[in-house]
Design a protein around this ligand. Structure first.
Ligand code: 5RP
Length: 222
């Protein structure tokens, strides 16, 4: 917990009044939203967009002003977590199932800061199963295409006995790749499959990664 919080607190130091801020999703982004909420209470004046229904609900509880996308032209800074991140600032995201909204918000942001505890920092992406968001229509066909492309075990994500549904009412296929050789090519190839909405590879999107360590130190990668 503490290593996630120190990374989040460091990142929130970059948020200034007047900014439009993208709020990430997950247990690390939770601490960033808490820190932003605390600063809003003492006068920070921002507008925010959220990457999930859960983060939006938390922001509203903390009186962080949430605005619709129609009210903004771009996002100044987004602070979000990751499931894996490498030293080239590439990441796998979507463990919480919010990857589509996270990627839309990240792509609209002038600066994406990824926050993570040290367990997320890897030499090579792929040990964490890559989440791929797919539409329910034709799911069997889409999974066959994914199997042909990836040749690795695929799991249609479930929670308890039900298929997991994203905020966009889609499914998630977790792809157990083990290691990713060429993330740029894989990102493109996945998104070419009809039925795939988006995948959890965030390549060349982050401007900075802030890692919190268990000994209480923080490292910034740029
Ligand atoms: C949600 C995400 C999260 O940022 C990612 O899963 C990391 O979550 P956590 O901070 O709880 O480990 O991409 O879709």
């Amino acid at each position: 917990m503490e290593s996630k919080k120190i990374a989040a607190d460091r990142a929130v130091g970059s948020v200034k009044s007047g900014m439009v801020v993208g709020l990430g999703t997950g247990s690390t982004a939770y601490w960033a939203i808490q820190a932003i909420g605390a600063r809003v209470k003492t006068g920070l004046n921002i507008q925010a967009v959220a990457t999930s229904e859960k983060s939006e609900a938390l922001a509203r509880e903390l009186d962080i002003p949430i605005v619709p996308f129609s009210d903004i032209d771009s996002i100044d800074i987004t602070i979000d977590g990751a499931d894996e991140v490498d030293t080239d600032l590439n990441a796998i995201k979507g463990g919480g199932g919010a990857l589509l909204r996270e990627k839309i918000v990240a792509a609209a942001s002038r600066e994406l800061i990824i926050i993570a505890d040290e367990s997320k920092l890897v030499q090579r992406l792929g040990a964490f199963p890559l989440p791929v968001e797919v539409v329910p229509f034709g799911i069997e066909l889409t999974m066959k295409k994914l199997a042909a492309l990836l040749a690795c075990p695929l799991n249609l994500r479930q929670t308890e006995d039900k298929l997991f549904l994203t905020d966009n009412r889609n499914y998630i296929v977790d792809c157990h790749l083990g290691a990713i050789e060429d993330a740029v090519q894989l990102n493109q190839a996945l998104n070419m499959i009809p039925g795939v909405v988006e995948n959890g590879l965030f390549i060349h999107m982050a401007a900075k990664v802030i890692v919190g360590f268990n000994d209480g130190t923080v490292r910034e990668l740029t």
